[in-house]
Design a binder for this molecule. Structure first.
Ligand SMILES: [Zn+2]
Length: 376
């Protein structure tokens, strides 16, 4: 009897162990999350523990500029076993108690992104070529980087306004963006025009088609790269990681439409927003842009950003691309394409958009082993 008891005991331990192994995710998964500053501690505790249990590894949390909010939520996230990063938009800013309105970017028609933003009201982009802008952003990011509970800072909108909009958005804004148009092309402020002329001898305002001037493109890639690298150094001095949400590519899309040459950025991890529906593409494309990103990221980890459809049953009827995204039956493919093409993991936009069906697929898909395809 006693022997049987021992065998049963060993069997049960083995069973518990195997269940434990089954529940360990193999795919590292981050998630973008916003607007929880007003949620109470108990509710947050439940929410964060639920995400952890579902297989989320870390959160990129967008909660404004106040370090105290990141301190409170960060503590709860850490207790739930999650990594916690402050996700704070960079070039899009609107706090005019600290920002002079002359610091905003100017388009090819001479209009300010402050008083006449492109596309949508919140597209108030600063000029990345101003020391005052850098000083403002440095103060913003380093004050948040003081928060002990944070693992890192996450840049977003670290770019120019879209000179070309992703094709899936043309209908929404009633535009056909077959080339660069001056009203969406930045920055033609006096300082940018003068600095470019001093550097290259080219007066960009007298050029007939500025989109054909390669040096002008490079000048603006470099303005963003310099801003990223300066801020990155400041944040790392506070012992925090630096990461960024970037457009897919960099060559195929990010450089062309938002002037992000992000393979040159000195940061710790890249989160390309591989939102296939915005580009009218399928999950195979997610694999293609992951391959491009990981080939060019210089061994820095790339987390493949996946855009989730919040109402899968009515996606077909939804006119607004913001409500499109991956259906439950596309999610595994999207994860597989990302992992087989070198991604270090994935990032969900957002866990709040995930339906029960999505979570079911996700649970299985993040426990599979994916072989990275060999180069070329
Ligand atoms: Zn400028």
């Amino acid at each position: 009897m006693r022997k049987i008891g021992i065998y049963t005991f060993i069997f049960l331990i083995a069973l518990i162990q195997s269940c434990k192994f089954e529940s360990e995710p193999k795919v590292k998964c981050y998630a973008w999350l916003s607007d929880l500053n007003k949620v109470d501690d108990a509710t947050l505790k439940m929410k964060f523990s639920d995400y952890k249990q579902k297989g989320i590894f870390g959160l990129l949390y967008n909660g404004g500029h106040n370090p105290d909010d990141y301190r409170r939520l960060g503590k709860i996230a850490k207790e739930a076993g999650l990594e916690f990063h402050a996700w704070i938009p960079t070039m899009v800013q609107s706090d005019t108690s600290k920002i002079d309105t002359t610091w905003y970017a100017i388009n090819g028609n001479g209009e300010s992104a402050w008083s006449k933003p492109a596309y949508v009201d919140y597209y108030k982009f600063l000029c990345p070529n101003r020391d005052s802008v850098y000083q403002y952003l440095k103060q913003l990011y380093t004050s948040v980087a003081e928060v002990e509970e944070l693992d890192g800072l996450h840049f977003d909108y670290i770019r120019f306004p879209d000179v070309i909009l992703a094709e899936g958005l043309w209908k929404k804004y009633n535009l056909v963006m077959d080339r660069e148009y001056p009203q969406f092309d930045y920055c033609y402020c006096d300082k940018c025009v003068k600095d470019f002329k001093d550097k290259t001898g080219i007066d960009i305002k007298s050029v007939e088609d500025a989109s054909q001037v390669q040096e002008w493109k490079q000048f603006r890639y470099d303005l963003i790269t310099n801003m990223v690298n300066r801020l990155s150094e400041d944040i790392r001095a506070k012992n925090k990681k630096v990461t960024a949400a970037v457009f897919p590519g960099p060559n195929s899309i990010a450089k062309k439409i938002v002037r992000q040459e992000w393979n040159k950025w000195d940061i710790d991890m890249f989160f390309p927003m591989n939102y296939n529906d915005f580009y009218l593409k399928d999950t195979k494309w997610i694999g293609e842009v992951c391959k491009e990103a990981t080939d060019l990221s210089g061994s820095k980890p790339v987390y493949s950003g996946l855009f989730i459809c919040p109402k899968p049953n009515s996606k077909e009827k939804e006119k607004d691309p913001e409500n499109h995204g991956l259906l439950p039956n596309e999610l595994e493919d999207a994860i597989r394409e990302s992992m087989e093409n070198g991604a270090a993991g994935i990032c969900l936009f957002t866990p709040e958009r995930m339906t029960d069906e999505h979570w079911k697929v996700f649970h299985k898909a993040i426990r599979k082993t994916y072989e990275k395809k060999s180069k070329n």
